[in-house]
Design a protein around this ligand. Structure first.
Ligand SMILES: CC(C)(COP(=O)(O)OP(=O)(O)OC[C@H]1O[C@@H](n2cnc3c(N)ncnc32)[C@H](O)[C@@H]1OP(=O)(O)O)[C@@H](O)C(=O)NCCC(=O)NCCS
Length: 279
């Protein structure tokens, strides 16, 4: 039976939501029960369903405030589907899905953008122009505006614009894999699905010479998953992975001396580690 991962402790999430914990060996799905493949447009409704089900209500209340929401959930889902649609005709965007082989249910989703391609976070409104949405799907200006009207501009457009700028500062023009989003439907979490969705790109990245970096922005609760997979924190929520590495959490510092743990961030631990790896 697979070993249980060594626990990585991360700072508590400001939302108070629990962080992820190592996958229990007895809960892990057998690899024959999981198939990893590229999604098609037909999978988009389930992908959107997963977005709304997997990220917590606090997240959605900030991104899509209740006051801005359309009258029905069906319209809300439909608008999200249409905002994501153009990414499916871009050859550099890979929507990777994990399916439960016995039932054919989609259990989890990863959106990977391939290295070398111009990257534009597809949650930004300008992504619609970037991906040529207007030339592919005719619609009136009013319909077009309606698609974006549910979103809190500051939490959505402004934040993702800043994230794109931060990524540029961290990696410059270096080709890299970019991950947004990653989620496992709640009923399938803690069973090894997320790890396989990450491995889809990690395995390709590690095969190149030199290895290709991977970049992502993490929710506060999922940081340990990424650190366990070798991603090194760069700031509040962004991570870079450059080949296999061990990234330790707060507990590594707690053993070093009384009173020190409170003032030590995971970032500092990770940077130290990165320096040690580079030496
Ligand atoms: C984050 C998320 C995608 C993880 O998906 P999952 O299917 O539950 O993940 P897995 O069961 O494959 O576990 C991931 C890996 O991290 C490890 N892990 C998780 N928490 C850990 C911790 N605290 N310390 C050490 N390892 C940890 C697991 O053991 C597993 O590694 P292993 O297979 O080598 O044992 C899932 O919790 C989720 O969808 N959360 C809500 C949405 C979200 O926050 N997404 C992240 C956006 S950036």
């Amino acid at each position: 039976m697979a070993q249980k991962a060594e626990f990585i402790k991360i700072p508590p999430a400001p939302s108070g939501l629990p962080q992820t914990t190592p996958t229990e060996p007895e809960r892990r799905l057998p690899s024959s029960d999981i198939s990893i493949s590229e999604a098609t447009v037909e999978d988009l409704p389930r992908i959107v369903e997963g977005f709304y089900a997997s990220f917590p209500p606090q997240f959605w209340e900030r991104k899509e405030p209740l006051a801005l929401r359309p009258p029905t959930e069906a319209i809300r889902h439909e608008r999200f589907i249409r905002r994501l649609l153009p990414t499916f005709s871009n050859p550099n965007v890979h929507w990777i899905i994990a399916k439960h082989v016995p039932t054919n249910a989609i259990m989890g989703v990863a959106g990977w953008t391939a290295p070398g391609a111009p990257i534009h976070n597809f949650f930004r409104r300008s992504a619609v122009d970037f991906f040529g949405w207007r030339s592919q799907y005719a619609c009136s200006d009013a319909e077009y505006d309606a698609l974006w009207s549910v979103l809190n501009k500051e939490a959505w457009e402004d934040q993702f614009t800043k994230d794109d700028e931060t990524r540029k500062q961290v990696l410059g023009d270096e080709p890299h894999w970019y991950l947004a989003p990653l989620f496992t439907f709640p009923e399938w979490q803690g069973r090894g699905v997320g790890k396989l969705l990450l491995s889809w790109a990690i395995e390709q990245a590690d095969k190149t010479e030199p290895v290709t970096p991977l970049y992502l922005e993490s929710t506060p609760t999922a940081r340990a998953v990424y650190m366990h997979c070798g991603f090194v924190p760069q700031g509040d929520w962004n991570f870079v992975r450059r080949g296999p590495a061990v990234v330790r959490g707060l507990e590594a510092e707690e053993g070093r001396g009384e009173g020190k743990a409170a003032s030590v961030s995971v970032d500092a631990v990770a940077v130290e580690k990165e320096a040690a790896v580079a030496e």
